[in-house]
Design a protein around this ligand. Structure first.
Ligand SMILES: Nc1ncnc2c1ncn2[C@@H]1O[C@H](COP(=O)(O)OP(=O)(O)O)[C@@H](O)[C@H]1O
Ligand SMILES: [Mg+2]
Length: 305
């Protein structure tokens, strides 16, 4: 069973004029961190709100925790940190967690045990009795995480949880998410910040204009193409003349060339050709393509799957 599974899920607003999400098919396995990446306006929030039953699809269907999204009972096992959420500023952290805990139907006894635990988890114990208008954005997000965990959910949706937070605050949130994964929770993370998702997600989907362009494990994304930096001693033929016919893209830098090849066999064909021309190869260094390079390629050139 997948924790989240969508079947051609579609959401078009304004009578079909705004195609926020079109035929989306994704699967999220239990206990994983799933990163949904895409530029602003890609449809990430629309997807999450549809999965939560906050808005209704105009096509397709989806299952969450094994049940159709129309089954409201599943919400007992889901946590949600909304994008740009705001808590009442006149309440402190303890009062906020009490308020949301009661809304989740938890008893006073359970909450008196649970609230200090959660405040400890998100490192806000010292701020428990301070009104939230004094909180930094990072603290407010950590409190948001605690609130999303109050009902001990199996699945947590986090919509841009690190947006507007400084690097230290971002690291704290990343560490927290990794810790939650070790507890077996499934995390669905929306973000337009690649570096955040790249570091912690087990699987990633890239969304653009409501279409899923790519989906897969982080490692698979990065190993799609290989790049190598080559240092050679220039002979009579130019490097691009040597590569002609091999269909290998070449970038020239001051003291080396960067070639992009499909695989190692492709690279070896290039080496054979260089050696046949008696070119002296000084070094070959593999270059890891970051997800950021890849993301930009996909977003700029991408077609729907
Ligand atoms: N309630 C709405 N009515 C009409 N259009 C909307 C509504 N909500 C979002 N949109 C549009 O749908 C598209 C996707 O938005 P959204 O899901 O918020 O993207 P993201 O979260 O990736 O930034 C955007 O073009 C946005 O303007
Ligand atoms: Mg959004």
């Amino acid at each position: 069973m997948y924790t989240v599974e969508t079947f051609d899920l579609t959401k078009h607003y304004s009578g079909g004029k705004v195609k926020a999400l079109t035929n989306c098919n994704i699967r999220v396995e239990e206990g994983r961190i799933f990163g949904l990446l895409g530029p602003n306006g890609a449809g990430k929030t629309t997807l999450v709100k549809t999965l939560l039953g906050i808005i209704h699809p105009t096509g397709g269907s989806a299952k969450v925790l094994g049940q159709p999204i129309t089954d409201y009972h599943i919400h007992n096992k889901i946590g949600y940190l909304a994008e740009n959420h705001r808590f009442p500023e006149f309440l402190n952290a303890r009062q906020i967690l009490l308020y949301y805990g009661k809304m989740s139907g938890l008893s006073k006894e359970t909450l008196s045990r649970k609230i200090p635990e959660l405040l400890e988890l998100v490192n806000l114990s010292d701020w428990a009795d301070v009104k939230t208008h004094k909180y930094s954005k990072g603290m407010a997000q950590r409190l948001g995480l605690a609130h999303a965990l109050i009902n001990d959910p199996d699945l947590i949706f986090l919509d841009e949880p690190t947006d507007g937070i400084d690097p230290v605050g971002r690291k704290e949130i990343r560490d927290l998410l990794l810790k939650l994964r070790t507890e077996g929770k499934t995390i669905f993370l929306n973000s337009h910040q690649l570096s955040e998702v790249e570091r912690i997600s087990d699987e990633i989907a890239i969304l653009k204009n409501g279409n899923v362009l790519q989906i897969g494990r982080v490692d698979d994304f990065i190993s799609v193409k290989s790049q190598y930096q080559l240092q050679i001693q220039n002979g009579t033929l130019s490097f691009s003349e040597l590569c002609a016919g091999l269909n290998i893209p070449v970038l020239q830098a001051e003291d080396h060339y960067t070639v992009t090849v499909e695989d190692e066999r492709h690279l070896n064909r290039l080496i054979d050709k260089l050696r046949a021309e008696k070119v002296l190869i000084k070094s070959i260094v593999p270059r890891k393509i970051t997800l950021e390079d890849y993301f930009i390629d996909v977003i700029e050139e991408g077609e729907a799957l």
